[in-house]
Design a protein around this ligand. Structure first.
Ligand SMILES: Cc1cc2nc3c(=O)[nH]c(=O)nc-3n(C[C@H](O)[C@H](O)[C@H](O)COP(=O)(O)OP(=O)(O)OC[C@H]3O[C@@H](n4cnc5c(N)ncnc54)[C@H](O)[C@@H]3O)c2cc1C
Length: 447
């Protein structure tokens, strides 16, 4: 079957990522090179982002499994090497009340606990594997972008608190002093878990740790075909093939449809775009009183996410564009540059030195999906972090390693709100149009 992708080919084929992270990270660890010849292993992982590498790391280290990762591009090419570096949560878009109504109090609590565990896992990986990922800040902030949005903050803060997440409500004046000024700042909630990091340094460290623990990692090995006969899997790349008893699909937004039909139509990749400025001067930062290094995002439905990096650049990002072509990238860069100057007038003239973008994923349940295929219990998957995968995906990889190792029942590892496949989107061919319509609607609501 032919493989297909949802967006412009440029998003899948362009090997170099012009990100600030690529410009400032050490080179990737030496991997095992592209797959060649007829190989076999116990567990094959497709995709070498946080999810795939964490699965491989935990399978090798905690469960002594013979595991190989097949990554289409160079290590760190996917979203894991190019995100905003926000270690924040929750990873779904279903509100807490809706989650309680659908799954119950206990399951919602288990889900939020798994999100806190996911933050701790990033912390623990850094500590135990000696990964220096430029940790910054304490917790993260949700900033009201207009006065009416501030009215919703107390309920949001209380809701999280009820599930054991420490939060602090801040008035505009309090946040002026501790966060930043700016034209879209009317109070905030400080969620006091999480931090900022250099995503590619984290990825490099995780890759090195997986290799050190015995996982075999093949970069530049796109899986083009998947054959299953008599319960055994064979993954075929341009240079070789890999037989495995179990397969973990960790391709998230970069999924190729047609490779594993059970997943077709269930994933909605969406573009997230980032610019970084040149280092801002002390006077510019003082003019906005930008004194906080924690990650921040605002209450817009099409939210802005931003943070000050170690060398005092502003990273500023947003979702948008349903095309993915080079021309639309240029338009998106110009738009982000203009909007960052409107939100922070003192930074308006600052040159933007880097622009890049990549694919996050949405699922029909508005929640991540983690588990195994109902019709083939030897195939596992994780997708749908809704742009919050820096902590969720290492956690999901660890969870899939536990499922594949067979030590636990699936429902003991993965909380009910995110366990199992999400339904297919109706008329999957229309997915980009749904997104376009949603962007138009949210754009109007956000005015
Ligand atoms: C611009 C941007 C900003 C973001 N900001 C944040 C943030 O600040 N905080 C946060 O929590 N999350 C953020 N995210 C989301 C987060 O980066 C992702 O959720 C997470 O990295 C997904 O990890 P993953 O391992 O599942 O997938 P990825 O890192 O995308 O890895 C999937 C890999 O699979 C490979 N692949 C696909 N098909 C095949 C195949 N057939 N054969 C072999 N390999 C294949 C791809 O090449 C890719 O490298 C952001 C994402 C983007 C794009």
């Amino acid at each position: 079957m032919t493989l297909s992708t949802l967006y412009h080919a440029n998003l899948y084929e362009k090997p170099a990522v012009p990100s600030y992270w690529e410009a400032t990270a050490p080179p990737p660890p030496a991997d095992n090179g592209p797959l060649s010849g007829e190989q076999s292993c116990e567990v094959a992982v497709i995709g070498g982002g946080y999810c795939g590498l964490s699965a491989a790391y935990h399978l090798a280290k905690d469960h002594g499994r013979d595991v190989r990762v097949l990554e289409a591009n160079h290590l760190g090419w996917g979203a894991s090497g190019r995100n905003g570096g926000f270690v924040c949560f929750p990873a779904g878009k279903l509100g807490l009340e809706a989650m309680v109504a659908k799954y119950g109090q206990e399951a919602t609590q288990a889900y939020l606990q798994s999100q806190l565990d996911a933050v701790d896992l990033v912390d623990a990986l850094g500590r135990e594997e000696g990964i220096d990922y430029d940790r910054q800040g304490h917790g993260f902030y949700d900033v009201a972008h207009r006065p009416e949005a501030a009215a919703g903050l107390p309920a949001y803060a209380e809701g999280l608190k009820r599930f054991g997440v420490p939060t602090r409500l801040m008035s505009k004046a309090e946040f002026d002093a501790e966060g930043h000024r700016g034209s879209e700042q009317f109070g905030a909630v400080h969620i006091q878990r999480g931090f900022g990091l250099h995503p590619l340094k984290f990825h490099r460290g995780l890759a090195a740790a997986a290799l050190k623990r015995g996982a075999i990692v093949h970069g530049n090995s796109l899986v083009e075909r998947w054959e299953t006969t008599g319960g055994a899997h064979r993954l075929v790349t341009a240079g070789g093939s890999l037989k495995a008893k179990q397969v973990i699909i960790a391709t998230n937004g970069y999924i190729r449809e047609g490779l594993q039909p059970a997943l077709d139509g269930r994933v909605l990749p969406a573009l997230s775009n980032i610019v970084t400025t040149r280092p801002l001067t002390a006077a510019e930062l003082a003019a906005e009183n930008f004194v906080n290094e924690s990650p921040l995002f605002n209450t817009r439905r099409l939210l802005f996410y931003y943070r000050i990096l170690k060398d005092k650049r502003l990273l500023f990002g947003a979702r948008g564009d349903t095309d993915g072509s080079p021309a639309s990238a240029a338009r998106m860069r110009a738009w982000l540059t203009r909007r960052l100057g409107e939100v922070f007038p003192a930074f308006a003239g600052a040159e933007t030195t880097h622009f890049w973008r990549g694919l996050v994923t949405l699922a029909a349940t508005k929640m991540p999906a983690v588990g195994r295929l109902p019709d083939d219990r030897s195939v596992f998957f994780a997708y749908g972090c809704h742009g919050n995968g820096v902590n969720t995906m290492p956690w999901a990889g660890q969870a899939l390693a536990k499922l594949a190792a067979g030590a636990n029942r699936d429902e003991d590892v993965v909380p009910a709100p995110i366990l199992g496949l999400s339904p297919r989107f109706p008329f999957p061919a229309l997915r980009r149009f749904y997104l376009k319509a949603a962007y138009l609607y949210y754009g109007l609501k956000d005015r």
